[in-house]
Design a binder for this molecule. Structure first.
Ligand code: GTR
Length: 330
C-alpha cells in the first residue's frame, strides 16, 4: 500500500474508532454509517446506496444514516476492503473482481465468458447461486465482511486509442486489468499484455501512456473520464462481472438484530433499484459517449472466446459443479 493511502486509512480508522465507541456510550446514539464507492455522485451504484441511506434514516427516525464518500475519496477498492475489514468503513461498494483475492470461490464470476449475456448473469445472481455466494463471502475464512447484495455492472469491453477487433490487434498493447492474477492472465490469453493496477491509478496511467488501454463498461468509460484518452471501445464483451456491497463484520456486530434485519431488507431493495438506475444510465452513457466522439467498434468475440479457453480450463476446474449450475441457469 502506498504511504499516502496508508495515512488516509489510519486517519479514517481513528475517526471511526471514536464514533463506534459512542454507539455504546449513549442511550440513543446516532449512528452514521460510512459508505464508499470509486464512482462519483449520481453513478447508479452510488445513487442506490444514497437512497438506501435515506430510507434507513426515515425508518429509524434519523437514528441511523449513511454518509457517502464517493469518487475514491477513501482510496481504491483494495483499500476499501481493508478499511471495512477493520471497521473503519461500514459499507463498501466494490466489484466482485476485487473480492476474488479475498474469497476465492467468487472468482467463478470473474472468468471470461462465464455468462452468456447480462440477462443470464442477472438470473444467476438473483437465484440460489447468488444467495450462496453472498453467504460464502460472509462466512468464508478471513472475509470479515457481511455481503449484503449484488449490483449490475454491465459488460466489459476493451478501450484504447484504436480498435482491437481480434487477438492479433492486442499484440504488444499494455492493458490495465483489475488487481487479480486471473484478469492479467485473461488479457494475456486475449493477446495483449495485462497490467494489474488499482482503479485509482488508471486515469493518469492512460494519460501518460503507462498503459495503452483498459477494459470496462460504457458508464465507467464516461464517468471516470477515461474517454478523454481512449476514444474507441471495441465490443470484446469478455467479462460480465457483477458488483457487490458489503458491510464491515466488526461494525455489523455492533448493530441490534432489528437494525441488521432492516439493513438486510433495504439492501435487497437497493439491489433491485440499482438495476433500474443501471439500465437508464447505460443508455445515457452510450449516447453521451458517441456525442463526445467515442466509437464503438465490432470485435470478433468468437476469437476472444477461443483464446481464453485455457483460462476457463485452469481456473474453472475446481468449480466444475458450480459452473455447470451456472450454465444450466436459463
Ligand atoms: C468498474 C466497477 C468498479 C471498479 C472498476 C475497475 O466497472 O464499477 O467498482 O471495480 O470497474 O475496473 O477497477
Amino acid at each position: 500500500m502506498k504511504k499516502r493511502n496508508f495515512a488516509k486509512l489510519m486517519a479514517v480508522a481513528f475517526a471511526f474508532g471514536a464514533t463506534a465507541f459512542s454507539f455504546h456510550a449513549n442511550a440513543d446514539p446516532k449512528m452514521v454509517l460510512k459508505a464508499s464507492d470509486v464512482h462519483p455522485m449520481g453513478y447508479p451504484t452510488v445513487e442506490a446506496i444514497v437512497r438506501m441511506g435515506k430510507k434507513l434514516e426515515a425508518a429509524t427516525n434519523g437514528r441511523i444514516s449513511i454518509q457517502m464518500f464517493p469518487s475514491m475519496q477513501l482510496g481504491g477498492e483494495k483499500e476499501m476492503i481493508e478499511q471495512a475489514q477493520i471497521g473503519a468503513l461500514q459499507i463498501a461498494r466494490i466489484s466482485v473482481g476485487a473480492m476474488g483475492p479475498v474469497v476465492d470461490e467468487v472468482n467463478v464470476f470473474n472468468m471470461p465468458f462465464v455468462f452468456r449475456d447480462e440477462a443470464h448473469m442477472r438470473k444467476v445472481i438473483d437465484g440460489p447461486i447468488g444467495q450462496e455466494l453472498l453467504e460464502r463471502m460472509t462466512n468464508g475464512p478471513g472475509s470479515r465482511l457481511v455481503a449484503l447484495g449484488w449490483m449490475d455492472a454491465g459488460t466489459r469491453n476493451v478501450y484504447a486509442k484504436k480498435a482491437v477487433s481480434t487477438p492479433e490487434d492486442l499484440k504488444g498493447m499494455k492493458i490495465r486489468m483489475m488487481g487479480n492474477p486471473l484478469f492479467v492472465e485473461t488479457m494475456n490469453a486475449m493477446g495483449g499484455n495485462g497490467v494489474a493496477m488499482g482503479f485509482n491509478e488508471l486515469l493518469p496511467a492512460l494519460q501518460t501512456g503507462v498503459v495503452d488501454g483498459a477494459e470496462n463498461n460504457p458508464p465507467t468509460l464516461l464517468a471516470q473520464n477515461h474517454y478523454t484518452v481512449s476514444k474507441v471501445m471495441s465490443l470484446t464483451g469478455h467479462l460480465i462481472i457483477p458488483e457487490i456491497f458489503v458491510f464491515s463484520k466488526k461494525s455489523w456486530e455492533g448493530l441490534s438484530k432489528d437494525d441488521q434485519a432492516l439493513v438486510k431488507k433495504l439492501s435487497a431493495e437497493a439491489q433491485q433499484e440499482q438495476r433500474k438506475l443501471w439500465d437508464d444510465y447505460t443508455k445515457e452513457a452510450e449516447t453521451k459517449l458517441k456525442a463526445l466522439g467515442v466509437q464503438f467498434a465490432p470485435a470478433d468475440k468468437a476469437a476472444f472466446f477461443k483464446a481464453t479457453q485455457p483460462i476457463r480450463d485452469k481456473y474453472g476446474s475446481k468449480y466444475a459443479a458450480l459452473i455447470k449450475r451456472i450454465q444450466d441457469t436459463k
